[in-house]
Design a protein around this ligand. Structure first.
Ligand code: B16
Ligand code: MG
Length: 213
């Protein structure tokens, strides 16, 4: 088999929380006098909370004091936590569970690679924690995407060489992180293609023939 492990991004690949992140940024930004534009969404995907805020401030050309930045970050996460409170299995992306079960049946290791500090909470809310051999996320890494640490940490815990790992991502920062980790990447999107990913897929099940080839 071409790959021995698959590392899944969380927000936007396993669960629809990418839209919740954007909603929380949009509302909190407005509260801080920032006119959030929907087209910024792609630029924020995968960046950690602080980096996302800094990018937002740059894009909107808004200056905030250290204290205001602290409040902004707190408020965004507060809103995000409110939004995810009611999450359950129903919000898992179509085909995710079946695809992961099929991989595991064939001896492929599975991990999550997410910048989010809330990843464990989300996995527990949607009842998928047991489907992964390891969860690499915001609380056990120092640098988020596009740095490769989140994926390299997963590979090290799975004891699989990076060249034998396939990353599944929906964000450009994540594709870059996979490139920097020397891992192949399948970019999952129905609307866009990534020129930097080795594979562009529209549905998650499409990774099965790639992994088993
Ligand atoms: P939190 P991923 C990323 O998760 C999100 O794409 C990004 O929008 C978010 O800012 C980041 O997690 C940090 O999340 O504020 O919950 O720590 O795509 O790497 O799964
Ligand atoms: Mg994502």
């Amino acid at each position: 088999m071409k790959y021995e492990a698959v590392i899944f991004d969380l927000d936007g690949v396993i669960v629809i929380t990418d839209s919740y992140h954007q909603k929380a940024w949009k509302i909190s930004a407005l509260e801080f006098g920032i006119d959030y534009k929907d087209e910024w969404e792609e630029e924020l995907k995968g960046l950690d909370r602080r980096e996302s805020m800094e990018r937002l401030l740059k894009l909107s050309e808004k200056l905030l004091s250290k204290e205001e930045k602290k409040k902004f970050l707190h408020r965004k996460n507060e809103l995000y936590l409110e939004l995810i409170e009611g999450l359950n299995e129903a919000v898992v992306m179509r085909g995710v569970k079946e695809t992961i079960i099929e991989l595991r049946k064939n001896g492929i290791k599975t991990a999550v690679g997410s910048t989010s500090k809330n990843a464990m909470r989300i996995l527990s809310l949607i009842g998928l924690t047991d489907l992964f051999d390891y969860v690499s996320y915001g609380e056990n890494i120092k640098k988020g995407k596009p740095e490769p640490e989140v994926f390299l940490n997963a590979a090290a815990h799975l004891k699989v060489s990076p060249s034998k790992c396939l990353v599944v991502e929906d964000g450009e920062a994540g594709v870059k992180a996979a490139n920097r980790a020397h891992m192949d990447c399948a970019y999952l999107s129905k609307k866009r293609r990534s020129p930097y990913a080795q594979y562009n897929i529209e549905i998650i099940e499409a990774i099965l023939p790639i992994v088993f080839s």
